[in-house]
Design a protein around this ligand. Structure first.
Ligand code: AVJ
Ligand code: FE
Length: 440
């Protein structure tokens, strides 16, 4: 079997799996599909048709030069034409129509894939090389799979989302790991599916720092809340404090405090005690930043995060994942919705990075202290609206993926971003601090 055939087979299998995921999350009553569960999110039926429309735009039209199958619907599924809160008012395809539409697109996409030759996959056309446009559609569908899970969690309805088992945690061990001073290469190397915002790779020289070995747990975060952390403006940046007061935020989203003490949370429509050993999620950047200040620490910059995650100082090169370049396995990380929650702290010793940091990939997206800005020499590809229009001092960078992220859609150099007030995403954090001269 040639390398091109192997790549095509892999893409076909991934397309199948990704679509299975989208269909599972939307295999619910029509009423639940078309309603808007939160003004922050689209109706699920919008996401469903949107992933097919995106695949049509990038694989059928941009790559293969096909004519639009249904030109009149493009504007409905253009995320920039209509903000999420307006989407339920649009004349969207209904559930059955949406399924038919995306299946039709998918059939043609598989035909295009079949026709790809060595000269396409190993040539210089950037949409074809390495199957880039297919990788773009695949990662996009999985990103929307995660979005759908956030919507299903917001709906508060039990029984819509499956759960599963995870490895046990490992209590104890060092709280922080030291990353010695020195340069590393930040950004994507030869990975053909990396996004424009991960490029170009460039050298960054960092002073020595400490970073938490594990994400901050619910137990640790509860201590911040119980210590009055939400009531003390000293810990908050001014905008964060104003947001906290105006919104009346006193705990992570979905948490409630029982009158007798003790925290409970709602998870996919069911109440349960907050597990103290689990990484905290559903906190805004403002809450993460306030916790870090309360703890006498700060959030890591995204460069600090990426070096601790992917850099191999002995080999002098960046690896795709903390454990190396092997595709994520069940012993490495909690990805791909194995269970509907983060794994307890210490669950993945085999997923440790060269510096000893654990659970950097999977479990919870991790807020960093950095704004989402371009790397030096950035060039938008294949379109400005994926990354470029979001650059600036509005969005903060998140790293590492969550339990809801598919393995295809995250790597050590992958950059995600969101507004600092957002809490419906599966986001937590870990802390860092500079090393003193003696420690370094
Ligand atoms: C990269 C997760 C911020 O979901 O808004 C989806 C990805 N871009 N459709 C998002 C995306 C177009 C994006 N994030
Ligand atoms: Fe999208």
């Amino acid at each position: 079997m040639t390398a091109a055939t192997r790549l095509k087979d892999r893409i076909a299998a991934e397309l199948e799996e990704g679509r299975g995921r989208s269909l599972t999350y939307t295999d619910i009553d029509d009423d639940l599909l078309v309603r808007q569960h939160s003004p922050l999110m689209s109706p699920l039926v919008w996401d469903l048709a949107h992933v097919g429309n995106y695949e049509e735009l990038w694989v059928l039209r941009a790559l293969a030069g096909a004519e639009p199958t249904r030109p009149e619907i493009d504007t409905l599924y253009d995320a920039f034409a209509h903000p999420r809160k307006e989407r339920p008012l649009l004349p969207l395809l209904g559930p059955a129509e949406a399924r038919t539409y995306i299946a039709g697109v998918r059939g043609r996409v598989l035909d295009v894939l079949d026709l790809m030759e060595d000269g396409d996959l190993y040539g210089h056309d950037p949409l074809r090389a390495g199957g880039f446009a297919f990788g773009l559609a695949l990662q996009h569908e999985h990103q929307h799979g995660e979005t759908m899970l956030a919507t299903l969690q917001l709906s508060g309805r039990p029984g819509l989302v499956r759960d599963g088992a995870l490895p046990a945690g490992r209590p104890g061990g060092p709280a922080e790991v030291l990353v010695p001073a020195g340069p590393f290469r930040m950004g994507a190397g030869s990975d053909p599916w990396a996004y424009d915002n991960e490029r170009p790779a460039h050298e960054v020289d960092l002073p020595a720092y400490w970073i938490d070995r594990l994400p901050v747990t619910c137990g640790a975060f509860a201590a911040f809340a119980e210590d009055g952390g939400y009531d003390d403006p000293r810990w908050w940046v001014p905008r964060g404090w104003r947001w906290r007061v105006r919104q009346g935020v006193t705990a992570p989203l979905y948490w409630t405090r029982e009158p007798g003490g003790g925290w409970w949370r709602s998870r996919f429509g069911r109440m349960e005690p907050v597990p103290p050993e689990e990484p905290v999620q559903h906190v805004s950047w403002y809450e993460a930043d306030a916790y870090a200040r309360w703890a006498g620490r700060r959030l890591p910059t995204e460069a600090e995060w990426e070096k601790a995650c992917g850099w191999d100082p002995r080999a002098g090169r960046a690896r795709a994942y903390p454990w190396g370049d092997a595709v994520p396995g069940p012993g490495h990380a909690n990805l791909g919705h194995r269970a509907s929650r983060p794994a307890p702290a210490g669950a993945f010793p085999a997923g440790a990075s060269r510096y000893g940091a654990e659970q950097m990939i999977g479990d919870v997206w991790e807020w960093t202290g950095s704004w989402f800005v371009p790397y030096p020499g950035f060039r938008a590809f294949p379109y400005r609206e994926y990354s470029e229009v979001f650059f600036g001092r509005d969005h903060r960078v998140l790293r590492g993926g969550s339990w809801a992220t598919h393995a295809l859609a995250v790597r050590a150099c992958f950059r995600n971003w969101d507004l600092p007030i957002r809490r419906q995403i599966f986001a937590g954090f870990r802390c860092a601090r500079p090393a003193s001269p003696e420690e370094a």
